[in-house]
Design a binder for this molecule. Structure first.
Ligand code: GAP
Length: 447
């Protein structure tokens, strides 16, 4: 079952049939995302975030943290270890259940996820495939200098378990009471059989997850509350309603721990696909960890004397995947002054640079003033300082990476003490006194 968000909910025809290619090229050419280990021929489906990518990814995570933690009084954050006791994964069911069905092609020896292909090998077309076998997605390693079974450890395949095993620590140190949440942003690792579609599915990725602990009889209410909240977050940051939808899982699709799950889906170039899963995880995890650890993972309500194991509503998003969706939906081309330009209409909160300071000429006369303007703006915005090539070329370059404002220092600035502020989307230019530039830009960014 799917719920559309906008009035114009019909799937849009893609504006650019080669959008994916354009984004992958732009990401590499402009320093957002590089294929990893390129000088050694690469390492399949791993990526490095370059100077602009690291800024944008931080902004995505910051926007999530701001809405999920900073602007609330019922959610706190943690940062748990990536490597921890393997007992966690035994209790959570990951050691037994976190598997995908793997098949081998007997003809070309490629390996595939059986549930993602239609009975023939996508590489050579052969139908001569092995029977599916369960392949555990967790990365195994050894903690300490001895490689033996006693030292086996796993890289976490989700951040969520860090919240469950710290439930009591957080409860006692913060004095929170249900409903309350624990949030975490960090890397997770899955040995995906077929990583694909750029950073959509990779073996190393970043998650933004929150476990919201509630009285069991309120679980349904909070499940729907978080569906609304999370949809609002993507829309507020600029994903068009026509490219976003909620898809409720059918009963036979639910994970072993869940009684209700819905995915926030985005219209990717290959079709609708998951950005985030929102699940009612019931009391499965707390009970499983209580049974395996021997600790009571409960909440005691002093006023009523009631003791219970909270249910958990979990909005689980991917930071790297979401950044890709923001790039895809922000890309556009238009014409400015008879010239074609590529532009990323990124929300200023997500754009790698919020401002570019551009001295009209590299001549010595303008540089001190341009640097002074940069110094005024750096405390209020992430700034680029670009002195190379014509001003028109520099505007195009900033448009292409989504910089919302360019501030140009010209020869008139030396006389009138003012600079030109150019808006990325309207290309409108206004003159602003230098002594008011920081306040003006801060004001525009706050909107
Ligand atoms: N704790 C629940 C959980 O991990 P999930 O649906 O497996 O649920 C949540 O993952 C989100 O993490 C996904 O919606 C997706 O955005 C992101 N994600 C999962 N696997 C990924 C991968 N291999 N590459 C990139 N992002 C991934």
């Amino acid at each position: 079952m799917t719920e559309q968000t906008g009035d114009d909910a019909a799937s849009e025809a893609p504006r650019y049939p080669d959008l994916m290619e354009r984004i992958v090229n732009l990401a590499k050419r402009r320093g957002f995302i590089f294929p990893s280990a390129e000088i050694y021929g690469g390492f399949r489906s791993t990526y490095d975030y370059g100077p602009l990518g690291v800024l944008m990814l931080r902004n995505v995570k910051e926007a999530w943290w701001r809405s999920m933690v900073q602007l609330r009084d019922d959610v706190v954050g943690i940062d748990a270890a990536i490597l921890s006791s393997p007992k966690i994964w035994e209790a959570s069911g990951h050691l037994d259940n976190f598997t995908d069905p793997l098949v081998d092609c007997r003809n070309c020896h490629e390996r595939w996820r059986a549930d993602k292909i239609d009975g023939t090998c996508p590489s050579c077309g052969s139908a001569d495939l092995t029977e599916p076998r369960a392949f555990n997605l967790m990365f195994k390693t050894f903690a300490g200098p001895v490689e033996e079974d006693a030292t086996v450890a796993y890289l976490r395949p989700e951040t969520a378990q860090g919240m469950f095993v710290n439930f009591l620590n957080v409860l006692t140190t913060t004095r929170k009471k249900p409903p309350f949440g624990i949030a975490q942003v960090g890397k997770s690792f899955r040995n995906e059989i077929t990583p694909q579609n750029f950073v959509f599915r990779t073996r190393e990725f970043e998650q933004m997850e929150m476990e919201y602990f509630v009285p069991p009889d309120e679980a349904d209410k909070w499940f729907h509350y978080w569906l609304d909240e999370r949809m609002r977050w993507y829309l507020d940051l600029g994903i068009p309603a026509s490219r976003l939808r909620l898809r409720h899982h059918d009963t036979d699709e639910l994970s072993h721990y869940s009684t209700a799950t819905a995915d926030v889906e985005f219209l990717f170039p290959w079709g609708w696909d998951e950005l985030e899963g929102i699940a009612n995880r019931t009391d499965f995890d707390l009970k499983a960890h209580a049974a395996h650890s021997g600790e009571k993972l409960e909440y005691f309500e002093q006023s009523t004397g009631e003791r219970y194991v909270p249910y958990v509503i979990e909005p689980a998003a991917g930071a790297t995947r979401t950044m890709m969706a923001f790039l895809l939906s922000a890309y556009d081309e238009d014409e400015v002054g008879g010239e074609r330009r590529a532009v990323l209409h990124l929300d200023p909160r997500l754009a790698p640079y919020q401002v570019a300071v551009l001295p009209l000429s590299k001549k010595d006369e303008l540089m001190p003033l341009a640097r002074q303007v940069l110094g005024l703006l750096q405390p209020v915005a992430v700034c680029d300082f670009d002195t190379t090539q014509s001003i028109g070329r520099r505007y195009r370059r900033q448009d292409e990476v989504g910089t919302p404002y360019c501030v140009t220092v010209d020869f008139d600035s030396l006389e009138d003490g003012a600079v030109t502020v150019r808006d990325r989307d309207t290309t409108e230019q206004v003159r602003v006194p230098i002594d008011r530039i920081a306040e003006q830009i801060a004001g525009r960014l706050r909107r």
